[in-house]
Write a protein of this length. Sequence first.
Length: 167
Amino acid sequence: MQIQNLDIFLEYFDRVHQRTMRVIRCIPDDKLEWSFREGKFTLGDLVRHIAAIERYMFAETIQGKPSRYAGCGKELADGLEEVLRFIEEMHCESAEIISRLTPADLNRKCTTPDGGSITVWKWLRAMVEHEIHHRGQIYIYLAMLGVPTPPLYGLTSEQVRDYSVRS
């Protein structure tokens, strides 16, 4: 998918974010800092990571600035309400920065944190893929905890199977 129309991309970006927020809002307060294993991201870390890397790495580099990502610890936001506020704030800031891009900006190169060069529209696509990847981890963590989560697009796999034609 090549990003050619910024308005269409921003609508898509917001829909992806809203689907991510639906599952994040399922995180129980007392499980925010839970992880399946010591040394791995907690649920809170995953949410803070999505927010911080979107704003401080992706949004910075598309402006021609170096990454300012410094991690995803509780110092960024502690407690579920603060984490929810943080991710929403970071998403709004990122969307505002992205909205200022011109068609020419989408096709110029930006520098990744490791010094690589990538076309801005490809970097934006990677940003969305990154969020989706970590959203999947949140779904898995919540499943491990037995926490019910919303279906991604309206039906569960079982519902699709039940509604499908059998041969």
